[in-house]
Design a protein around this ligand. Sequence first.
Ligand SMILES: C[S@@+](CC[C@H](N)C(=O)[O-])C[C@H]1O[C@@H](n2cnc3c(N)ncnc32)[C@H](O)[C@@H]1O
Length: 233
Amino acid sequence: MRTSDDQGRAVSACSSIYEEGALREVTGVAIRPGGLTLTDRAIGACGFIPAAELLDVGCGAGATVEHLCSSYGFIARGVDISLKLIAEGLGRTPSLSLTEAAAESLPFAAESMDGILCECVLSLLEEPLAGVLEFQRVLRGGGYLILSDMYNREPADDSRNGAVPRRQLEAWLFECGFTPLFWEDHSRLLRELAARLILAHGTLDGWCCVTDKAGIRPGYYLLVARKNDTENH
Ligand SMILES: C[S@@+](CC[C@H](N)C(=O)[O-])C[C@H]1O[C@@H](n2cnc3c(N)ncnc32)[C@H](O)[C@@H]1O
């Protein structure tokens, strides 16, 4: 859910749990199950050129942006709606390119990126389809979309936001002109993170608003899709 802060900026109702507190103490700077391991796995499946231009949407404190620049030599940028997390990332590494912006309205020209990453963010959007459409706009033809997130392993769920079933995610991708290249289930990483939280803090309370609705069998996925070339779409 999106609300506004006292200066009218968009904020996620869940933002504060990513900025500080129990979850951050357990995850560290990469605020998601699997950390950079899943990022590396996805990058290995994409055929990026050296110095490819990549955008991390919902970059949090910039862990992935920093890794993409320092370990791969990519030109990586990040956007997030949390000014606090952006300030944290810039405080750690001032040379990072981190900007305040929402996934549904990216401040980048059409067809300007070779790749977009969106790690543990899509399920937080009120209108995820608007986000996927925006990724399609900003990616070059043949560009790669890397998603990792919670999903609902209950296939009968017909929700249009939150942790949705795999078939809903794939339907959005087809609708927006993407071809999925691979899907992997990493639900074990979600269970491990939940176990670490319970061991450290004794509770999962307040962790994740995307699982608050009834009928959710939470899982975690890694997905790579490719934007169709215009002539194929
Ligand atoms: C689970 S954290 C993941 C952060 C980062 N991707 C990582 O893995 O370290 C979710 C992030 O999504 C951001 N977020 C939520 N809604 C957003 C939106 N509409 N546009 C951009 N970022 C958003 C939050 O501020 C938070 O940083």
